[in-house]
Write a protein that binds this ligand. Structure first.
Ligand code: PHE
Length: 345
């Protein structure tokens, strides 16, 4: 019996040495150690052995099993490694090949300007607010001191949807909404970037455009606050050398009202084709909130005062980036938009 154990062991170890792949190893394992394997058969015969032979033969079989198992594991590991190496060899990646070009989107110039303005005003403690583009006559006009039939309504050609609803002609509508929603609570400091609509049909105007509005209401708000705020705003967006000029104007919701010009950043105020040789570019409407507007929307004008201004974002973006045709902002031409991919402008 000892002999046949040794014979099985040696034969099996030999076979393991000569095996060519994992499958052959598995076959060898089954043949020697499997349920119907040769060594297993010997273990099954242990019952027929004498008391003294049994432990001897048992130890011998276990030793043979251990040796065979060890060699099988060794061989398996070797074949597995070979397989991996073969795979690595055939599935080689050529890292020197050019990669696929990734086409990245870029921020639209209008959004860049809006974000820049939002960051600036948020840093000064303002909220960023919004309101509906489909607005009521009440908020777009009436609560801004523009009753029905008021001649100043002709200043803005409106898209009426019904007699009560229209596409808002100005972000000023949100002024009234904010005041009504806060009813006597102060301070109010907000900016409102948003889309606005007017029935314009000449070549330099778009029927849809963008404005940003600002509203501040508190005790003791004065013209000095408006002036300082506009100076910070314009210098931040258009450059430190920008100068401001206030011209008396008229808006029903502010008193006094101004149109605000900035010094031409192309020629620095000397006069060029951009500023039509005046040295100035008209950019904003502004003023102190009209006492009627405060009163109508829940604020006591004897206690509170405020300022407001509004500007066209499209024009501002065009000036900032030297864009000469407003249509470029809305055509989504990738060749145009790609130029705003850079982080440093
Ligand atoms: N809403 C005005 C316009 O669209 C601009 C403006 C806003 C003027 C706030 C004064 C105060 O022309």
């Amino acid at each position: 019996m000892e002999e046949s154990i040794n014979e099985i062991k040696n034969k099996t170890l030999d076979e393991i040495l000569n095996a060519k792949n994992l499958q052959e190893i598995e076959e060898i394992r089954v043949k020697a150690l499997g349920k119907k394997g040769e060594l297993t058969a010997i273990l099954k015969m242990m019952g027929t052995l004498s008391e003294e032979d049994r432990p001897k033969i048992g130890a011998l079989v276990n030793l043979a099993k251990a040796q065979i198992t060890e060699k099988i594991t060794e061989a398996e590991n070797r074949f597995k490694e070979e397989e991996i190496n073969k795979k690595l060899e055939t599935e080689k990646i050529d890292v020197t090949l050019p990669s696929k070009k990734i086409i990245r989107g870029s921020k639209h110039p209008l959004n860049r300007v809006i974000e820049e303005i939002e960051d600036l005003f948020v840093s000064m403690g303002y909220d960023v607010a919004s309101g509906p583009e489909l607005e009521t006559d009440e908020y777009c006009f009436e609560r801004l001191n523009l009753p029905k039939g008021h001649p100043a309504r002709d200043m803005q050609d409106s898209f009426y949807i019904t007699t009560e609803y229209l596409l808002r002609t100005q972000t000023s509508a949100v002024q009234a909404r904010t005041l009504m929603a806060n009813k006597d609570k102060t301070p109010i400091r907000e900016i409102v970037p948003g889309k606005t609509y007017r029935r314009e049909d000449d070549a330099t105007h778009s029927h849809q455009f963008n404005q940003v509005e600002a509203l501040v209401v508190d005790e003791n708000i004065s013209f000095a606050n408006l002036k300082a705020t506009l100076e910070i705003f314009m210098k931040h967006i258009l450059g430190e050398n920008t100068k401001l000029r206030f011209r008396p104007s008229y808006f029903p919701f502010t008193e006094p009202s101004y149109e605000v010009d900035v010094s031409c950043f192309k020629c620095g105020g000397k006069g060029c084709n951009l500023c039509k040789n005046t040295g100035w570019i008209e950019l904003l409407g502004a003023g102190m909130v009209h006492p009627n507007v405060l009163r109508m929307n829940g604020y006591d004008p004897n206690k509170y005062s405020g300022f407001a201004f509004g500007t066209g974002l499209d024009r501002l973006a065009m000036f900032k980036y030297g864009i000469t045709d407003i249509r470029l902002l809305y055509e989504n031409d990738i060749r145009f938009l790609k130029q705003f991919d850079r982080r440093d402008i």
